[in-house]
Design a protein around this ligand. Structure first.
Ligand code: UD1
Length: 340
């Protein structure tokens, strides 16, 4: 059993990962500034796992918060760093806030790791680092292209900072490049809680079906794909959370082959926007109100993962389907909106 710090542990992917770590017998300390979630998630984690993680409300772009955390918990064995701003459009409006938040928190955490000779760091990265890859499916060797948004750039810069810090200070780290995380815990206790109007597809779909939104806009049907809508690799958040457990145990058990490793986390299968809608309609029995509109600026045509490295080297693979994810997302949406 290890003691793991999970930053952003009350967020969407963070909360699901906390549950998986606890269910595997690990002790978890969560730090979250509650900027994009609520404290209620703590109780909901406890409802699933039977244990409440230690919780610290704190802002990691404040140096003293980070050092205070490690002083209070000198026996940490590893860190999984989720805490970050993640809205692509907002990052274009507020680039400096994105750099301040996403980069300084990372640097402060890595300084603590270095100073305390603590190994075992996992970073939330994104397939956005590949932009529109020339070859599909996307392997970890696909070139990282200049980011379009400040958000994407914080992920690229984050990976570079970790690469150089690992080299200089000899600790161990893994970056996990997520494709499109969707769904919710099958218990419907935790899920995605977008503030305001959702920007991502699946919460927009479920909120439209729940009557919170009038109509879903499908951004473009003139892409060079099988039905004209864009293709993404939608991965169930529970599968994604399990990959963090496997990656952390890989580091703890010193099974890593290099001090810094990178893995793509996706299902390996791309789905179009219309296929996502169909999967939702099938599992929910609802008819979704949607219309085709213009493309959204900055969207790529198609992105889906080559999962060979994650499968063979990490020893992890997805178990859930797109339909599972849509069913769980819908169960969660109905629960938080009190729909029977
Ligand atoms: C992108 C990034 C991802 C990042 C995420 C943060 C890529 C490949 N992915 O995800 O790394 O973490 O932003 O938000 O760069 N769509 C609609 N109608 C909607 C919403 C979305 O048609 O109302 C379509 C989009 O055009 C896209 C797909 O649904 O084709 C998925 O969109 P979204 O859920 O926003 O995720 P990405 O843009 O793929």
């Amino acid at each position: 059993m290890a003691k793991i710090l999970v930053t952003g542990g009350l967020g969407f992917i963070g909360s699901h990962t906390v549950v998986e770590l606890q269910q595997a017998g690990h002790e978890v300390v969560v730090v979250d500034d509650l900027s994009n979630t609520t404290i209620e998630v703590l109780n909901r984690i406890k409802k699933i796992s039977g244990q409440e993680p230690t919780f610290i409300k704190g802002d990691l772009k404040v140096r003293q918060t980070v050092s205070g955390l490690f002083r209070a918990h000198p026996d940490l064995d590893g860190v999984i760093h989720f805490a970050a701003f993640k809205a692509v459009g907002e990052s274009v409006e507020k680039p400096l806030e994105y750099y301040e938040n996403n980069i300084s928190s990372l640097v402060y955490l890595l300084q603590e790791l270095r100073d305390r000779k603590l190994d075992n760091f996992i970073f939330s990265s994104s397939c956005t680092v590949y932009g529109q890859a020339e070859k599909l499916p996307i392997t970890e060797n696909s070139p990282v292209v200049p980011a379009i948004s400040p958000y994407g750039n914080t992920k690229q810069i984050g990976e570079e900072i970790i690469t150089q810090a690992v080299e200089a200070h000899n600790f161990k780290a893994i970056s996990l490049r997520y494709f499109n995380p969707v769904g919710a815990h099958p218990s419907a206790e935790i899920g995605e809680l977008p503030l305001g109007v959702p920007l991502n597809l699946v919460p927009y779909v479920t909120q439209t079906a729940a009557g919170l939104r009038e109509q879903l806009s499908v951004f473009g049907d003139d892409y060079p794909t099988r039905d004209g809508t864009a293709i993404r690799d939608y991965i169930h958040v529970v599968d994604l959370a399990k990959a963090h457990l496997v990656a952390m145990e890989r580091l703890l058990q010193k099974k890593n082959e290099e001090n810094y490793e990178v893995f793509n986390l996706g299902t390996g299968t791309g789905s179009t926007v219309l296929e996502v809608i169909k999967a939702f309609e099938k599992v929910s029995g609802e008819t979704l109100n949607y219309k085709i509109v213009d493309r959204r600026a900055g969207d790529v045509t198609a992105a889906y993962a080559d999962t060979t490295k994650a499968n063979e080297v990490l020893g992890w693979k997805t178990e859930k389907t797109l339909e599972d994810a849509m069913a769980d997302a819908w169960r969660w949406e109905k629960k938080i909106r009190n729909i029977n």
